[in-house]
Each structure stands twice: as C-alpha cells, then as structure tokens.
Design a protein around this ligand. Sequence first.
Ligand code: NDP
Length: 281
Amino acid sequence: MSQDWGAGLRLGVVGHPVEHSRSPRIHELFAKQFGLPLEYPLFDVLPADFAAFVKHREEAHQSGMNVTLPHKQAAHALCEVLTDRAWQAGAVNTLWWEGHVLHGDNTDGIGLVRDLTLHQGVELKGKRIMVVGAGGACRGILGPLLNAGVSSIIISNRSTDRARALAEVFAEEGELGWCGLEQAHQHSVDLLINATSCGHRGSFPELSGDLVGADTVCYDLSYGPAALPFLDWATKNGARMAVDGLGMLVEQAAESFHTWTGLKPDTKAVLGTLREESLRP
Ligand code: NDP
C-alpha cells in the first residue's frame, strides 16, 4: 500500500487501556530512519465505540492504524479484506484503507518468528514447540510458527477445552496437540513459549520445572516487568535462554510499517534503543 508520504504518515494505535503502549515510540524511531513526518497518537476507545471510531478515522484520512486489546477480534469482523494470516488468527492488529475498503492484517506471529530467527538466533525448522496459553496471542502465532517449519506444537492451557479447540482449528496445518498445565512436563520440547497473561499480575503459569532442560529456549510474549516471573522461573530451572517479547513487539510493528509505507526499518537498531531506554532510571 506504499504511496507518497511526503505530507506525513497519520497512524496511531487504538486500545483500551492503551497508555502503556510502546508502539508510538517504536514507530517514531522507524519514521526517523526515513525522515518521514509522523503522527502516531494513542486512541483510548471503549469496545462499544470501536466501529464508529474506525469509520471516523477513515473520514479523517487516517493512513493506517494499529489495534490492540480488546479490539483485535472486533477489527477482524469490521474488515472487508483480510490477509490469510489475519483470517487464520481471527484477529487484526493492523488496519489500512484502499479507497474506502478497510483491510486488516495480523503481524504478531511473523513478529515472533522474526525475533526468534533474526535477533535470538533460534532455528525453528524441525523444532518441538510448546505454547502455554490458548488466548488471542496463541491463536495469532500458531500459523506463522507452523509455516516456519516447526515439527510439532503442543498447546498447554489452564482451561484444557480452549487448548483442544485451538488445536482442532489448526489440525490440518501441521502436527498439533494439547494438554492441561499439569501434563505439560510429560512432553519434551525445544522451545517453550509463555502466551498467558499471568505476568501482568506478577505470576507465571503453574508448570513443573521438569519441562525445562539445558537445551530449552524459553520465550515470554510479554515484556518489561510482566515477563520477569516466567523468565526468572525459566532461568532458575536451567533454560538455555530466557527471552522476553520486546523483539516480537518491534518486529510486528516493522511489518505493519512496511504494509503502510513499503519501507523496511532497521529493527535491530530500534530494539537496541528500546533496551537501552528501559535500563535508564
Ligand atoms: P488472552 O486474555 O486472550 O489469554 C490469556 C491466556 O492466559 C489464557 O490462555 C488464560 O488461560 C491464560 N491465563 C491467565 N491467567 C492464568 C493463570 N493464572 N494461570 C494459567 N494461565 C492463565 O491474552 P492474549 O492471548 O491476548 O495475550 C497473552 C500475552 O501475550 C499477554 O501477556 C500479552 O501482553 C502478550 N502479547 C505480546 C505481544 C508482543 O508483541 N510481544 C503481542 C500480543 C500479545 P484460560 O484460558 O484458562 O483463562
């Protein structure tokens, strides 16, 4: 959807709550790399007002928009055209208009795959994965992980019916299984992904430490303080690596930016800046 952005990019992120979002800073750093003027405000919008808000942004000549919780499913329902991965994920985090037609993509899964392979040096081909959690984020990453050539994915969730339902949705796409949290350690995995929201309440999923071996890579989709409980648990249990989801956040943003502008930002530089800024008092 690239075009002449000389007049500036009118972007932004809509969510509720949204004030914690690091997307404005990330897109500011991307736009700076290309000398593009950028508007990227935070829009705090209640679920009941979401559809009217999107219509209003189209009338205000918005270039595109990121969507975060709790609106990703509502955005999916509003779009007239979806990318394959957005359709599969059942959720949209990137919106744009072509004429008056609303398009949607989901860049979360490709963001995770790129962080693992480009920034963390983790080979995914042939690897056995366990995703803990069966919410929206899990659904968004399953397709891109399978496309990256992993050998199997087990979805482990507190509510086992949700894990089973997701495994059934993706059953034809690859080797998928499911289990409860108590059975998770019966599986042997190379990459353990925490896709629960526990960290936002200062905890981590109740898993046996036996799940972690000296070769296991542990990855938490959350970042900042929310990632610490799981990453500390992983480190204490001897994981080879314990990584948070900041790189995923930057990579999913870069994919959105590319959709809107046709430009590929230097994500390594941006990730370095964010890590440095998060260390500052
Ligand atoms: P959802 O609310 O859709 O799902 C939450 C999941 O966490 C459910 O599977 C739920 O289990 C599980 N859960 C919650 N509390 C507990 C608990 N105490 N013990 C065990 N399991 C629990 O959230 P999302 O899927 O949207 O998000 C998950 C995480 O991913 C969040 O931390 C979010 O910040 C992060 N994320 C990061 C991104 C990035 O770019 N880095 C992008 C998108 C998400 P149950 O089904 O039993 O309720």
